[in-house]
Design a protein around this ligand. Structure first.
Ligand SMILES: [Zn+2]
Length: 398
């Protein structure tokens, strides 16, 4: 017997581009959406479980395009955190992912973990052993030995990059993550130079491509970012120092810009952990000033963008708020957090909108985020694959 649910929605925002619908019904059959439309014309099957969200705003579950399961930036020394042993990392991950789920993230793309821990995490979540968003995983991030992002090992030269990408894919990676430029959370290394040669980047992209997936490049701007885009990276992560020319190139090549504002701007981001280190705070202030100056223009340029928390767990609402602060409409911010994220992560056939055939991943919100984006912080129900995620408290989300 199929399990059928009928969800009454006060307002339904399905993220297809259709206007929001008042008094709607979503029919879910065995964890997939069977129908969605006006309550007046909905055919509710006999025996359906009724879920009454008629006082709430219902939209697709959020897609966090960039996170790290085991890192808590506010604890400082993020690279030190991912070099810890597997047990402390797994324990941290269970708490972090629960927090993300509680705040409405039902799909999350992980962008580098050690010990192939994300393979086990993905399985544990699928098996219902620990609560968390559905995971798309990178396994080990690929970084040169002297570069930002290096975890337990560095990978140098075309052959090592190729071998590492292949091993990641063999172990179950959904995509290949490559660190091209420097970063903000480690001292030294100007964030725009390239840690990898063109040939090394090309090898990573080729291996991903031949396995039917894509490479995601950590790139803040400058020559490193341009190399990554020219060599065919599918997503450009952060782009904090990107210029108009960089963004024009991303747009021209049809790559996605994945915005991660919280890690620079939120008090629980880098500042919370490494704010005492003057060299890092100086880079942070620089990155913040550039973001404030440049992102309003970048986001209006027509480049495709989506959002990620970069491990500021539970803070997708902050990402969407920041998009709005930078001039994006509330509607487009909601799309960046849902459908566009699904497109960027290449899972749009399965998630990102509320449409027949998709997984029944949806969230209910008190208030109307199309009018006041801060309402996104008031997620009161999370459904994943048709299952209401029980036992998540408000405290998990904050
Ligand atoms: Zn990251």
């Amino acid at each position: 017997m199929a399990i059928v649910q009928a969800i009454r929605c006060g307002t339904l925002f399905d993220a297809t581009g259709a206007p929001p619908l008042r008094d709607a019904v979503v029919i879910v059959t065995d964890g997939r959406i069977a129908a969605a439309g006006p309550a007046a014309t909905a055919a509710i099957p006999a025996g359906a479980e009724i879920l009454d969200l008629s006082d709430r705003f219902v939209m697709p579950g959020l897609i966090d395009c960039h996170s790290h399961a085991s890192i808590v930036p506010a604890l400082g020394d993020q690279l030190g955190q991912i070099r810890r042993g597997p047990v402390p990392q797994a324990l941290a991950a269970t708490q972090n992912l629960r927090r993300d789920l509680a705040a409405g993230t039902t799909t999350m793309r992980l962008m580098g973990e050690e010990h192939f821990m994300d393979v086990e995490l993905r399985e544990a979540i699928e098996g219902g052993i620990v609560p968390g968003p559905r995971l798309l995983i990178a396994t080990r991030g690929l970084a040169a030995n002297n570069a930002h992002g290096r975890g337990l090992a560095g990978f140098d030269g075309v052959d090592e990059v190729r071998r590492a990408a292949r091993e990641n894919l063999r172990r179950g990676a959904n995509h290949v993550k490559i660190f091209v430029t420097g970063g903000v959370s480690s001292p030294g290394a100007m964030p725009t130079g390239s840690g990898y040669t063109r040939e090394e980047i090309r090898a990573a992209v080729e291996e991903a491509d031949r396995a039917g997936t894509y490479a995601a490049a950590h790139a803040h701007g400058g020559p490193g970012l341009r190399l990554a885009v020219e060599e065919g990276a599918g997503t450009i992560e952060h782009g904090a120092l990107a210029t108009d020319e960089d963004v024009a190139l991303i747009k021209e090549r049809g790559a996605w810009l994945i915005c991660t504002f919280g890690i620079f701007l939120h008090p629980q981001g880098i500042e919370g952990g490494d704010g005492q280190r003057p060299a890092i705070m100086e880079k942070m202030r620089w990155a913040r000033r550039l973001a404030d100056e440049n992102f309003p223009r970048h986001l209006a340029s027509g480049v495709r963008f989506a959002s990620g928390t970069d491990a500021v767990h539970g803070q997708m609402p902050f990402e969407l708020e920041t998009l709005v602060r930078f001039g994006v409409s509330n509607r487009d911010a909601l799309l960046a957090g849902t459908r566009w994220g699904a497109e960027a992560c290449r899972v749009a056939a399965d998630v990102g909108t509320i449409e027949p055939g998709k997984r029944a991943d949806l969230i209910a919100i008190e208030g109307d985020p199309l009018k006041e984006i801060r309402a996104m912080a008031h997620v009161t129900l999370v459904m994943k694959d048709g299952h209401i995620q029980e036992g998540l408290t408000r405290r998990d989300a904050t």
